[in-house]
Design a binder for this molecule. Structure first.
Ligand code: FAD
Ligand code: ZN
Length: 483
C-alpha cells in the first residue's frame, strides 16, 4: 500500500495538475464502458499530456510493479479498456493527448495524437478538403489510439480497408518505457519487418500508442445513398456482387438490415420505408471526388438490379436529409438493442457467399436452446461481417439469462467454425472473448503470440489478462527487460 501511495505521489508531481484522478474524483466513466456491461475499479486514472509523460508513467509503474491499462473513449465492447474489478490496475487515459500535429494535403497524410476523438480527426481532414474514411457509430467518443489498438473497422471498410490499412506510421511507448517511433508518412517502405502492424489490433497488450501518421483521401464531393428492399438475403448477396462489378470502387458502404431489424428500429417511431415491407434491406452508398456522373451510374445499376428481381423496392436520397434518414434507421436499430438491456453482441465474419446459409444454421442452433430467444442480424455485409445479436426471452432472471446467452455464444461460434469464419471481425478479444479466442488458436500461433508478449512485457504489467490469460508477475518488471 505504502508503495502504491508513493507511486501515486510521484506521478502527481510528474504529471502536474489534473494528471492523476483518484480519491474524491468522479471516476465513473473510466470504470464503466459504453455498454454498461463491464464495470471495473480503477486504482486511479492517469492523464498524461505528452509522450514523455506516458514514458514516465510506464517506467514508474514497471518499477513499482503496478499494472496499467490504456484507455481511449471506452467504447470498446469486450472489456479491454475497463480496469479489473480488484482495484489494482491504473487506467492511463490518453484524452489529454489530443493534438493534430500536422496535416499535409500533398502527402494526403496527417499526424494525430492518440487521444484525438475520431470525429475530430475526420473534421480536421475535412477542413483541408481531405477525408479520413474510418466511420463508426462511436466516432463521437472513440479515440484514434483506441481505433488503432482495436484495428477498428466500420461502414467504409469495403472501400478503404480497416484501420490497419489507414496507418502509415506509429509512435508507441513500449512496456519498458522505450519509444518506438516512425511517423514518416511514407506510402512505400520495404525495409525489414513492418513493426507498426504488431501494435495495430494489439489491444493495449504490447505498448501504448501515443501518435499516428494517418493516410488521408480526397474528400468525396458526390455521394448517392439508396435504401433498397430485397426479396431475400440471398438476393442481397447477389446484389452486392453486382454492385462490386458494375459500380466498382464507387461503392463506399453496403449495409444489411433484416425485416425484424427494421421493425425494431421503427418501434421508437418513424415510417415503414416500403409498402409492403420486404424481408431484407440494404443501405448502399456510392461516393467519389472524380468527375463522373455518379447519379447516372447508380440509377442505371438500380434499374438493372430491379429488372433482375434482386430489388423489390428502392428509394434514392434526394437530399442530405433524406440520406441521413436512411442511416437513422440503422442507428435506431442499435438504440432499440441498447434498450433491451443485456444481450449477446457478436461481430462475426464469414465468406460473403456463405452468409445466408450461416445465418439460417445459426438461427436454428440458437432457437434449439430456447425458442424464446430473438436473433437480430445486421451489418457490413460487403465485408462478410455480421453483428449477430441475440436477445434473451422476456422475464428471464438475470443469472438464467446470462447462462443462456453464454450457451448462445457457444453455438453461434460453433457455426462460425463450421462455415470457416472468424469469431471477431471488429470488436476484438479483450477479456470478454479470451476463452473462445484461445481455444481456436493453433499451437504455433499461440506460441509466437505469447513469445512476443513475453519479450516486450515479461511481467505482463500492461493490460494483463487481455487477449491471453497472462497474470501479472511483478518480479519480472519490464524496466529490466531487454526491450
Ligand atoms: P477503448 O474502448 O478505450 O479501448 C479499446 C482497447 O484499446 C482496449 O484494449 C484499450 O486498452 C486499448 N487502447 C485504447 N487506447 C489505446 C492506446 N492509445 N494505446 C494502446 N492501447 C489502447 N468497432 C468497430 O471496429 N467497428 C464499428 O463499426 C464499431 N461500431 C461501434 C458502434 C458503437 C455504438 C460502439 C459503442 C462501439 C463500436 N465499435 C465498433 C467498437 C469500438 O468503438 C471500437 O473498438 C473503437 O475502436 C474503440 O475505441 P476507444 O477509443 O473507445 O477504445
Ligand atoms: Zn460494425
Amino acid at each position: 500500500m505504502a508503495r502504491t501511495a508513493e507511486l501515486l505521489d510521484g506521478l502527481r508531481h510528474a504529471l502536474g495538475p489534473g494528471g492523476v484522478l483518484d480519491g474524491d474524483s468522479d471516476l465513473a466513466r473510466y470504470a464503466r464502458d459504453w455498454s454498461g456491461d463491464h464495470v471495473g475499479a480503477p486504482l486511479a486514472v492517469l492523464r498524461p499530456s505528452s509522450t514523455e509523460a506516458v514514458r514516465e508513467i510506464v517506467r514508474r509503474c514497471a518499477g513499482a510493479g503496478v499494472p496499467l491499462v490504456p484507455q481511449g473513449g471506452h467504447t470498446g465492447l469486450v472489456a479491454g479498456a475497463t480496469p479489473s474489478e480488484d482495484g489494482r490496475e491504473l487506467v492511463v487515459s490518453l484524452e489529454r493527448m489530443n493534438r493534430i500535429r500536422r496535416i499535409d494535403a500533398l502527402d494526403f497524410s496527417m499526424v494525430a495524437e492518440a487521444g484525438c476523438i475520431l470525429a475530430d480527426v475526420k473534421a480536421a481532414a475535412a477542413e483541408e478538403e481531405l477525408f479520413f474514411p474510418l466511420t463508426l457509430g462511436a466516432q463521437g467518443s472513440c479515440q484514434i489510439g483506441g481505433n488503432i489498438a482495436t484495428n477498428a473497422g466500420g461502414l467504409n471498410v469495403l472501400r478503404y480497408g480497416m484501420t490497419r490499412e489507414l496507418v502509415l506510421g506509429l509512435e508507441v511507448v513500449l512496456p519498458n518505457g522505450d519509444l518506438l517511433e516512425d511517423l514518416r508518412s511514407l506510402r512505400k517502405n520495404n525495409t525489414g519487418y513492418d513493426l507498426k502492424q504488431l501494435f495495430i489490433g494489439s489491444e493495449g497488450t504490447l505498448g501504448i500508442v501515443t501518435a499516428a501518421a494517418l493516410r488521408l483521401f480526397p474528400r468525396p464531393t458526390r455521394r448517392e445513398t439508396v435504401l433498397l428492399g430485397c426479396p431475400s438475403l440471398g438476393d442481397v448477396i447477389r446484389l452486392f456482387g453486382r454492385a462490386r462489378r458494375e459500380l466498382g470502387d464507387l461503392v463506399s458502404a453496403f449495409e444489411l438490415m433484416t425485416r425484424a431489424g427494421v421493425a425494431a428500429a421503427l418501434e421508437g417511431g418513424g415510417q415503414e420505408p416500403f409498402t409492403p415491407p420486404t424481408p431484407a434491406y440494404v443501405i448502399l452508398e456510392a461516393s467519389t471526388s472524380a468527375r463522373v456522373d455518379l447519379r447516372a451510374a447508380v440509377e442505371g445499376f438500380l434499374a438493372d438490379a430491379m429488372a433482375a428481381g434482386l430489388v423489390e423496392n428502392g428509394a434514392m436520397a434526394e437530399s442530405e436529409a433524406q440520406a441521413a434518414s436512411f442511416w437513422r434507421l440503422r442507428e435506431a436499430l442499435i438504440e432499440w438493442q441498447v434498450r433491451q438491456g443485456r444481450h449477446l453482441r457478436s461481430d462475426v465474419a464469414l465468406p460473403i457467399s456463405l452468409l445466408p446459409a450461416f445465418l439460417a444454421a445459426a438461427e436454428t442452433a440458437v432457437r434449439s436452446l430456447d425458442p424464446g430467444l430473438v436473433l437480430h442480424a445486421f451489418g457490413h455485409v460487403g465485408d462478410g461481417n455480421l453483428h449477430l445479436n441475440v436477445m434473451p426471452p422476456a422475464g428471464l432472471a438475470d443469472a438464467a439469462a446470462e447462462a443462456l446467452l453464454a450457451r448462445c455464444e457457444e453455438v453461434v461460434f460453433d457455426q462460425v467454425d463450421a462455415f470457416g469464419g472468424t469469431i471477431s471481425a471488429e470488436h476484438g478479444i479483450g477479456r470478454k472473448k479470451r476463452r473462445p479466442f484461445e481455444a481456436r488458436l493453433s499451437p504455433p500461433a499461440r506460441a509466437l503470440s505469447l513469445a512476443l508478449r513475453a519479450h516486450l512485457d515479461p511481467a505482463a504489467m500492461m493490460s494483463p489478462g487481455r487477449l491471453f490469460d497472462t497474470p501479472v508477475r511483478p518480479g519480472l518488471a519490464a524496466g529490466e527487460a531487454g526491450g
